[in-house]
Design a protein around this ligand. Sequence first.
Ligand code: ADP
Length: 486
Amino acid sequence: MKNKIAVKLTAYFSVVLLILSVIVGIIFGNLFKSNAVEIHKKNLENRAITIAETISRLTDGTGLNLGNMVRGRGMGMMMQGGLGAYFRNLDTIALADAWVVDENLNLLTIGTMSHMQYIYQDLPADADVVVKSVFNGNTTFSQGFSQLLNTPTITVGTPIKIDNKVIGALLLHSPVKGVDDAISEGYKILVFSIITALILSFILSVVLALTFTKPLKQINITALLLSEGNYQVKTGVKLKDEIGELAGTIDELSDRLKSASQESEKLQKQRQDFITNISHELRTPVTVIRGSLEALNDGIIEDTESVKEYHRQMLSESKNLERLVNDLLELSRLQNTDFKIEMQEINICDVLKDAIRSGHSIAKDKEIEIEYSFKDDAYVINGDYGRLRQMFLIVIENAIKFSYSNSKIHVQFDGEKINIRDEGIGIHREDLPYIFDRYYRVKTVENKKGTGLGLTIAKQIALRHNIDISVISEQNKGTTFTFKFK
Ligand code: ADP
């Protein structure tokens, strides 16, 4: 059977129920037994008292002595009148073996349990004690007659009184066997009830165990499907206990795996695009350089001006190649966690000014002006001068690249953060979340030579310096990059 937890739970339930039943059975059995004996004694006592009262009323104040009697049936003694009739039926009335001892210690009547006739002096010592106690006015219990009656017997003795004077003793003997029978009958009912309860509880525990383990099974199935790469699955378990929490965690895991898989698919696609782009980017300059070199080598180009033009072209293409290769190298270096950057105390304002200076020379061609305003002239941080300059330059170069001619670029430092704002084409809202991703680039006229690596490199440098880099942009209005020191 696969559902081992359910089997275990059922076994645990059953063992606990069994132990519980045994404990309840023992406690109940003992209580029932002592209670049954108590009730029986009480009953016997009540009957004895009632009968004793009746006898004392029937004696008409004449007493119980032998003078009022004639010999009757069997071993018993008979009385005349109402009392005699009452004595004849005493066993039936008392529902027990009834003995009466008069004030002269004569056994007036003896029930049907004993087939012998006794005189008071024959009674064993235990029985003698009971009779004496009764003549002292007490109602007394004893098992001392058992030996005499040849069967375990409970005896109750109660005084028969006239005007508060004890004139005789009434003894009612009831065999213990009757009580034992009642007790064993009670036990049978108890055992039957416990077995019935155990069977029902077992069925219930199986149902409960299966109900309990069902969500666990669902969670297991979900986890298996997740491990097979199916990230759409959910456990569907809605419980407010630990199992519910586990299901919630698995569902969350499924969500995360799903988005991670989407992310990795996207990255895969971008990588593929990048390889296609990069191959193209690499092939173009290489083809141009090779073509030019072949033409020069074959002597097809001879006039000095054309040769110069070919050389210029080749130089420009080699620069493109160098840039691309450098970018790739740079990124792979920065992404290597072992790669150390030279940390030292630097004034970030100096770095910015240096980057702006480099930007000026490129901006000149498009007649773009780079303005800057710094709140303080010195803001010292621990960092790598060259890398930070590279980071700012990437953003400034982008700003120039995507700005209209004759526009302005504003670099501002308010003492906490640096803003680099342009008045260029802006970034489409859908592209905005991805611009820092590797290989992501928008293919526009302005960006023919883009590799999609610039901002990725900038982000890596920012990360290494604990700088938060963010962007806001509006199409055709401009873009602002913000650097915040954490
Ligand atoms: P690229 O080499 O293509 O410039 P980047 O990683 O530097 O790669 O930039 C990624 C993309 O972000 C660019 O292709 C461009 O679409 C967009 N972008 C970056 N800076 C700006 C800007 N200042 N204005 C408009 N678009 C920008």
